[in-house]
Design a protein around this ligand. Structure first.
Ligand SMILES: *[C@@H]1O[C@H](CO)[C@@H](O)[C@H](O)[C@H]1NC(C)=O
Ligand SMILES: *[C@@H]1O[C@H](CO)[C@@H](O)[C@H](O)[C@H]1NC(C)=O
Ligand SMILES: *[C@@H]1O[C@H](CO)[C@@H](O)[C@H](O)[C@H]1NC(C)=O
Length: 464
């Protein structure tokens, strides 16, 4: 009887003691770095000992799996999920204070997810959920010079594996300003995300230094690549030869360079011969002062044009006059056959040259590109040569151009530019459809730039 009463009292005591109990865990998800250890908090409040209870830690995935079990005063590993073997521990001293936190060591990306901490005895039961995020810092990025691009650039690929969560990938130039990537691929596997980011880079003259940066909230890692100008220059001679298959890896790249060096000599000779043939189509071109921007001065022989800081006097604003940009048109019109002329650009820091559709609008800005009737190549900021194709193409030229040769084959739809001094090809617009339009030579000496760009554009007699 006494025993019975005692038991009952004890029972109700324990029951009442259990009533105000509650389990607590972290309020937000926990973030830790792969490879490190992490404590998943779970404790009873008010604090009473939990040594006599059953403590269960479960991983909540498709089917819950057992991460850790403490029962009948011992840790039981019989049914523990394989991937957690040897990586979990409960501190018994802490358990006496109601702290059932689980220590998980050597975190893996695959540990990321939701866990349940569950405590029970005969009279009481509660559980909480703990969410963990495992950040993995991926491997150092590897940069591959993959292949040459038809536009005269080089395809670079940056790769890195083992990231979690997904990192941001950026290509940067030498000033660490972002460059537009051509393509970014991201895949997920057991070790996290792997990324691959491609870009086409061009010769930037002084320092061809590029960075690939991978960014996470608390982590950043960069790889650097420096490309010798020679690598770009080799390409200059082989524009037109299509590069077969992507050349992967530095070893293959080097083989490729040697191969192209051999090819380039041959190619150079054929280009030269080709260029000399084009000179046979030389025509006499003169400037049309009536189309000249008001601050342009056309020489008396109509062969040279300079930008002056004051407007010419007694000018009429006729429809044919260029008033938006410092440009002037040639007097000649071409609507069949082939023609060639040369323009001296010596001493200039900026110029734009080429041919345009006869009836282009001259009073306001429209994008200069083939679609709008402009087939132009230009120099900007002393060393930036560009072809104004449907997308601007940066050109990598070995030497400063002093004289530009412009060749047009109307029926072929071809507009080619040459460096006359070195007899080398600069750029070609191919497969253009001129059909019924009349083409007209176009000259922009551009602005004076405080005298820096004061030199004239001169249509020269054919040089031999
Ligand atoms: C609970 O125990 C863990 C070790 O298992 C310890 O790191 C943590 O600080 C303890 N929490 C509290 C609230 O005492
Ligand atoms: C448990 O509570 C007692 C008194 O309320 C306190 O002295 C002790 O530090 C607490 N222990 C833990 C682990 O919070
Ligand atoms: C261009 O050719 C002239 C004469 O052939 C030469 O004196 C000059 O150095 C050349 N310039 C360049 C940039 O190659």
């Amino acid at each position: 009887m006494i025993i019975c009463v005692t038991l009952l009292t004890l029972y109700s005591f324990m029951k009442s003691q259990s009533e105000g109990l509650k389990l607590f865990g972290p309020e937000t998800s926990l973030t830790a770095v792969a490879g490190q250890d992490l404590v998943l908090p779970c404790f009873i409040k008010p604090n009473i000992s939990a040594v006599d209870m059953t403590v269960k830690w479960l991983r909540l995935k498709d089917a819950a799996s057992l991460v850790h079990l403490y029962k009948d005063h011992e840790n039981r590993i019989e049914n523990q999920a394989q991937s957690y073997r040897g990586r979990t521990s409960l501190d018994i001293k802490e358990l006496q204070k109601g702290n059932a936190s689980l220590k998980l060591s050597a975190l893996r990306v695959s540990d990321e997810g939701r866990y349940k901490c569950l405590l029970e005895d005969k009279f009481w039961y509660d559980d909480i959920t703990v969410q963990i995020i495992v950040e993995a810092r991926g491997g150092h990025p590897v940069i591959t010079l993959e292949s040459y691009d038809n536009s005269g650039g080089i395809n670079l690929v940056c790769e890195s594996r083992g990231w979690n969560p997904e990192p941001k990938v950026l290509w940067l130039d030498r000033e660490r300003s972002p460059l537009p990537a051509k393509d970014t691929q991201i895949h997920r596997d057991a070790e996290g995300f792997s990324v691959k980011c491609c870009i086409i880079v061009y010769d930037h003259s002084n320092s061809n230094r590029f960075y690939c940066r991978l960014l996470q909230q608390h982590h950043m890692i960069e790889a650097e690549v420096i490309i010798s100008r020679n690598i770009f220059n080799v390409w200059k001679w082989v524009v037109g030869i299509s590069i077969t298959a992507g050349l992967i890896g530095l070893g293959i790249i080097l083989m490729g360079v040697i191969y192209h060096k051999k090819v380039s000599k041959l190619q150079k000779q054929t280009l030269k011969a080709d260029f000399i043939r084009k000179k046979r189509f030389s025509v006499d071109v003169t400037l049309d002062p009536d189309t000249a921007y008001p601050r342009l001065r056309v020489s008396a022989n109509e062969k040279a044009v300079t930008y002056e800081d004051i407007e010419q006097e007694n000018l009429s604003d006729t429809p044919q006059r260029y008033t938006y940009y410092p440009c002037v048109l040639g007097k000649q019109r071409f609507f069949s056959g082939r023609f060639y002329y040369e323009v001296e650009v010596r001493g200039k820091t900026e110029w734009t040259l080429g041919v345009v559709r006869e009836n282009i609008y001259r009073k306001e800005w429209i994008p200069w590109k083939p679609l709008n009737g402009f087939w132009l190549v230009e120099l900007r900021n002393e060393n930036r040569y560009r072809a104004l194709d449907d997308h601007v193409v940066r050109l990598t030229l070995r030497e400063k151009v002093e004289k530009v040769g412009v060749f047009v084959d109307y029926e072929e739809g071809l507009v080619s530019f040459y460096d006359v001094n070195t007899s080398s090809h600069i750029y070609s617009f191919t497969d253009q459809s001129f059909s019924i339009i009349k083409l007209c030579p176009f000259f922009c000496p551009r602005y004076n730039d405080n005298g820096k760009n004061a030199a004239p554009l001169i249509i020269t007699a054919l040089s031999e």
